[in-house]
Design a protein around this ligand. Structure first.
Ligand code: SAT
Ligand code: MN
Length: 589
């Protein structure tokens, strides 16, 4: 082996052949095969600091923690540059950008050609899911970004474990990531589901570049799941433990930056003595029906890529503990004592700090110190509330699925679908205000079915059909709910306190899974005031409860009209069951 190569090569011939092909294409000066060891990690962090890629934080306060500042033109997912390259456009469907595979391969291989000259190519083997789980998948990401390698090391089970799981199999996801010159005009995140392949160029941020996450675990995952009878969903997974020690698992789909991480790490209010929430996952769930007729789930990831702004001791103490060590912060502010800061952290803002672009910042500055989509990348094992089941290859049985958007008006705090098909309709027609997690205007309501609009790797109409098909395999399906933590009163104030108090809603949901406490309404089952615990909530009373649960008939008619847009868009593939559901709501209203 020449000194061009370092690290440990696997025996797998398909891997070797593919990496060889990419080396010939990109012409790197060096090639490193990642093994995932501690020594390798130490060496890589030292190198990243040397290269100015990472700034070490105060190691007494935050051991093993670093700050990264991304290119200011590269701060979020770019849905406009994200493509599903299936043979036919219809297969990708109208909610995805599409390009013919041949054309896209040609374009991207041209861009990638010689793109790593003078640089190091890293081969990152990773495993999505616990070893030994029938759903777990191996991916190999080739990248020229050390920052991406270090993030993948936290977000996935990276290194030898993946080669062990893969053995001699040819079944792995091929991911090629080239930074190029970071020109937004040459930015593409392209998926080739038929080839189990991803090519991403021109961005090094989050879901664009950490290919195990949205690209593999959701877009490719959803495509494979449809063929293989499982589901890849943009969902958190949590376990609710009652004082008697009974654990109930819940999965929840919310769009990016709508509080999945906070919800998955919720700490129940004081009066909920003996209740505990365990985090299985905060972003992605892979789920499959088992012989017992229930839906089981794993979290394919091994870390959290959480939104920093707004994360605090009051909003999410478990996340604050999780980011105390071994964490990479991206685009947050740097304080004078080498610590991190962002808007919405506890206490007053620092008198001065360095903002995410590296400029001096004071509270008088006109721009925020941390980018609104700044992030922490933390190992899940740092979370004090980590579930004992995260490494269990059997997964956890899901009793409830929750859909939720960010909605100022119309949508009540909580209601329950009458049955599975109605629940699929609720998920399919979910709307949410856009956030900083993706490029574009913020605060517009858009349809985001199952919070999967940016992540579904095939035709959305077929995806709804898949949900209905999975439902048929479940003799004991999860109950389906809709929540909205974000409803406001006429003065624009949040009606519901949210955060830990969401435990009260969760409690009702758990009760409903056991069949108690609710009333039928036009929208679905709702709690009566006596069914939900609102006692001891500051500033919240029976009147507020009725306000937050109010069914605004006129608002709902408009909502149903807004759903029309999605139904028309998907007209040739949308299951007729969902069309009937919409008619039924209309007649009930
Ligand atoms: O950048 S990510 O796609 O990983 C985060 C998100 O938008 O959910
Ligand atoms: Mn997400």
């Amino acid at each position: 082996m020449s000194n061009k190569f370092s690290g440990v090569l696997p025996h797998n011939r398909s891997v070797l052949a593919w990496v060889d092909k990419v080396i010939k294409l990109c012409e790197p000066a060096k090639v490193h095969w990642c093994d995932g060891s501690e020594e390798e990690k130490d060496r890589m962090y030292a190198q990243a600091v040397d290269e100015g890629l990472l700034i070490p934080l105060n190691q007494e306060k935050r051991p093993g923690c670093y700050l990264h500042r991304s290119n200011p033109n590269d701060v979020a997912r770019v849905e406009g540059c994200t493509y599903i390259c299936t043979e036919s456009r219809l297969e990708a469907g109208p909610t995805n950008n599409w390009e013919a595979p041949d054309k896209m391969y040609e374009k991207l291989y041209n861009l990638a050609q010689k793109s790593m000259q003078g640089r190091t190519l890293y081969v990152v083997p990773y495993l999505m899911g616990p070893p030994g789980c029938p759903l777990s998948k191996v991916g190999v990401e080739i990248t020229d970004s050390l920052y991406v390698v270090l993030n993948m090391r936290i977000m996935t089970r990276m290194g030898q474990v993946a080669w062990d799981e893969l053995g001699n199999s040819r079944k792995f996801n091929r991911g090629l990531h080239c930074m190029l010159e970071m020109d937004p005009k040459k930015r593409y995140i392209a998926h080739f589901p038929q080839d189990n392949m991803i090519i991403s160029v021109g961005s090094a941020y989050g879901g664009n570049a950490l290919l195990g996450k949205k690209c593999h675990a959701l877009r490719i995952g959803s495509y494979l799941g449809r063929q293989q009878d499982w589901m890849a969903e943009h969902m958190l997974i949590l376990g609710v433990e009652s004082p008697e020690g009974k654990r109930t698992y819940v999965a929840g789909a919310f769009p990016s930056a709508c509080g999945k991480t906070n919800f998955s790490m919720l700490i129940p209010p004081k009066k909920y003595k003996g209740w505990k929430i365990w985090t299985v996952g905060d972003d992605i769930a892979w789920m499959w029906p088992k012989e017992d007729g229930r839906l089981w789930a794993i979290n394919p990831e091994a870390g959290y890529f959480g939104v920093a702004p707004g994360t605090s001791e009051s909003s999410n103490p478990n996340a604050m503990s999780a980011i105390q060590k071994d964490t990479i912060f991206t685009n947050v502010a740097l304080t004078e004592d080498g610590d991190v800061w962002w808007e919405g952290m506890d206490g007053p803002p620092p008198e001065k700090c360095i903002d995410w672009k590296g400029r001096e910042w004071t509270p008088e500055s006109s721009e925020p110190a941390a980018h609104p989509n700044s992030r922490f990348t933390a190992p899940m094992k740092n979370n004090p509330a980590i579930s004992h089941e995260v490494d269990n290859p059997e997964g956890v049985p899901i009793s409830a699925v929750i859909f939720g958007g960010r909605r100022k008006t119309v949508v009540p705090l909580v209601f329950q679908a009458f049955e599975w098909i109605h629940g699929v309709y609720l998920g399919a027609t979910m709307g949410s205000e856009t956030t900083a997690a993706a490029e574009g205007v913020q605060g517009n309501v858009r349809r985001d079915p199952m919070a999967m609009k940016p992540f579904c790797g095939y035709n959305m109409g077929d995806y709804f059909h898949h949900w209905l098909q999975i439902g048929k395999k479940l003799t004991n399906p999860p109950r389906i709910f809709h929540v909205n933590w974000f409803r406001r009163d006429s003065k624009g104030k949040f009606l519901w306190p949210g955060f830990g108090e969401n435990m009260r809603v969760l409690r009702w949901i758990i009760d409903r899974c056991h069949g108690t406490g609710g009333i039928e309404t036009a929208l679905g089952w709702m709690p009566r005031v006596q069914d939900m615990d609102i006692e001891g909530l500051p500033g919240f009373d029976e009147k507020k409860f009725h306000e937050v649960q109010h069914i605004d008939t006129e608002g709902w008619i408009k909502e149903l009209l807004a759903q029309e847009e999605l139904f028309l868009l998907l007209h040739d593939r949308i299951p007729k069951e969902l069309v009937y559901q919409r008619q039924l709501v209309l007649s009930r209203l």
